[in-house]
Ligand binder design. Structure first.
Ligand SMILES: *[C@@H]1O[C@H](CO)[C@@H](O)[C@H](O)[C@H]1NC(C)=O
Ligand SMILES: *[C@@H]1O[C@H](CO)[C@@H](O)[C@H](O)[C@H]1NC(C)=O
Ligand SMILES: *[C@@H]1O[C@H](CO)[C@@H](O)[C@H](O)[C@H]1NC(C)=O
Length: 373
C-alpha cells in the first residue's frame, strides 16, 4: 500500500493536500488498486466519470432553463427590473372622472387647460370608446399600468367620463380623485335640452335630437325614453365604480358604494352651484396644480366663465316635478347628491370665517428636541 508520505514534497500545495491524507487513505482502502495513471482505463472510473458528466450537464441545463423562464415573460407582464425603474408618485396625478352636464367642461377648460402650462403639469383627456363609462378589468390594468409609469407627462391631470377606477386592487395607491356633482333633475334637464338645442360651446355641432322640440313636460307625460327616470342613474355609477351592480338602476349597494368611495378616495367633490368655491378650495388643497386658479377664473369674462350652458331650457311644470320627486331612482340620486353636497359644505364651513375668507393655519409645532441646528 502506497502511502502519501512517500511522495511528500514540502511545497505549500502539498501541505494543503496533506490535510486530506486521511481521506485519500480511506479511498485507497476501498479501492486498493487506484492509481491516477491507470484510472482512465478502469471501467468503474469511466462509469463514475460518465455519471459526473451527466449530472453536470443537467445542472447547467436547468440553470439555463430557469434563466429562460424569466426572460420569456412578455414585456407587459411582471418584470422586476421595470418595476424598480418606475417612480409612481400618486400625489402628482389627479383624476377627475367628470360626470356629464355638471359643469365639468367649464371647470376643465378654465382651470386645468388654462393653468397646465403655467403650473407645469399635463392635462389629458381620457376618451372612453362609445362613451362606455365603466372600464373592463383588462382596460383597468392597462390604464393603471400606463398612468403609474408614464413619467413623461407627470404631473398629470386626467379627465374623462369614466367610472371610478380603484388602483388599490392592482397594488397601487390611488391618485388624487376629484369630482363635481349636480342636482339630478337639473342635470337631466340640462342633458335633455342640450341634446335638442346644443350649447354655446360647440355651436355648429348638430346634436343627436336636433329638430325635436318636445319639452321635458311633454316627454314625461307620454313616458318618453329621453326623460325616463333611468336616465337619472348616472352620478351614483360614476362614484360607485366598475362593479356590476353599479350600473344596475336603483341598486342600494351601488348607492352605498358610491358614498364609501366618495369618503375614502376623493379628496374633494364640489357641486355645480358652488363652482367658484370649489376652485378656491382646490387651490388651497392642491396648490401644485391649481395655484392661481381662482384669480384666473374670476378674470374670465362672463361667456368664458360660464363656458358652456345649454342654449334653451324650459323649467318643468309642477306636475312634472311631483312625478319626478316621487320616483325612487330620483330619490336615490338625490340622496347621493345631498350626501356629496353636505360633505363639501361641511369642509367649506370648517375652513372659512364669517367674512368668507379662509382661516389661517390652525396648528403649529413646538417642543422640538433635540433642537434643529
Ligand atoms: C373621442 O374619440 C372619438 C373617436 O376618435 C371622437 O369621435 C370623439 O369626438 C372623441 N370625444 C371627444 C369628447 O373628444
Ligand atoms: C401610455 O400611453 C400612451 C398612449 O398610448 C403612450 O404614448 C405612452 O408611451 C404610454 N406610457 C407608458 C409608460 O407606457
Ligand atoms: C315643433 O316645431 C315644429 C316646426 O319645427 C312645429 O310645427 C311644432 O308645432 C313645434 N312643436 C312644439 C311643441 O312647439
Amino acid at each position: 500500500m502506497r502511502s502519501l508520505s512517500k511522495t511528500y514534497h514540502p511545497t505549500r500545495l502539498s501541505r494543503v493536500l496533506h490535510r486530506f491524507a486521511p481521506l485519500f487513505n480511506a479511498f485507497r482502502r476501498v479501492w486498493p488498486s487506484f492509481h491516477p495513471k491507470d484510472a482512465m482505463t478502469l471501467p468503474r472510473f469511466n462509469i463514475l466519470l460518465g455519471f459526473g458528466a451527466f449530472f453536470l450537464f443537467w445542472f447547467l441545463y436547468f440553470n439555463y432553463r430557469l434563466d429562460q423562464l424569466q426572460l420569456d415573460v412578455p414585456s407587459e407582464q411582471f418584470q422586476p427590473s421595470r418595476l424598480q425603474k418606475r417612480s409612481y408618485e400618486p400625489s402628482k396625478i389627479i383624476i377627475y372622472n367628470r360626470v356629464p352636464k355638471t359643469g365639468s367642461t367649464t371647470f376643465t377648460n378654465a382651470v386645468a387647460y388654462d393653468l397646465c402650462k403655467k403650473n407645469g403639469f399635463h392635462s389629458i383627456h381620457l376618451n372612453m370608446t362609445k362613451n362606455r363609462a365603466s372600464m373592463n378589468i383588462i382596460d383597468q390594468r392597462s390604464f393603471i399600468e400606463n398612468v403609474t409609469s408614464w413619467t413623461d407627462v407627470s404631473p398629470a391631470f386626467y379627465h374623462g367620463h369614466v367610472a371610478f377606477v380603484d388602483f388599490t386592487k392592482f397594488g397601487y395607491a390611488n391618485p388624487i380623485y376629484i369630482n363635481m356633482v349636480r342636482e339630478p333633475l337639473d342635470r337631466l334637464l340640462s342633458h335633455y335640452y342640450f341634446l335638442r338645442f346644443g350649447d354655446n360651446y360647440r355651436v355648429g355641432l348638430k346634436r343627436s335630437r336636433a329638430g325635436n322640440n318636445e319639452t321635458f313636460d311633454e316627454c314625461v307625460e307620454r313616458g318618453g325614453k329621453d326623460c325616463d327616470m333611468k336616465m337619472m342613474w348616472l352620478q351614483i355609477p360614476y362614484f360607485c365604480g366598475t362593479h356590476s351592480f353599479c350600473t344596475e338602476v336603483g341598486s342600494k349597494a351601488a348607492l352605498e358604494q358610491a358614498k364609501i368611495n366618495l369618503i375614502n378616495h376623493y379628496l374633494l367633490v364640489g357641486h355645480t352651484e358652488r363652482l367658484v368655491d370649489f376652485i378656491a378650495l382646490l387651490e388651497k388643497v392642491i396648490p401644485g396644480f391649481f395655484h392661481g386658479a381662482l384669480e384666473h377664473y374670476n378674470s374670465l369674462d362672463e361667456n368664458r366663465a360660464h363656458l358652456r350652458y345649454t342654449k334653451k331650457k324650459i323649467p318643468p311644470s309642477e306636475q312634472t316635478l311631483e312625478k319626478v320627486k316621487a320616483n325612487p331612482i330620483y330619490q336615490m340620486e338625490k340622496e347621493f347628491y345631498e350626501f356629496a353636497k353636505n360633505q363639501f359644505e361641511d369642509q367649506w364651513n370648517r375652513v372659512t370665517q364669517k367674512d368668507g375668507t379662509f382661516l389661517l393655519k390652525q396648528f403649529h409645532y413646538e417642543k422640538i428636541r433635540p433642537p434643529l441646528n
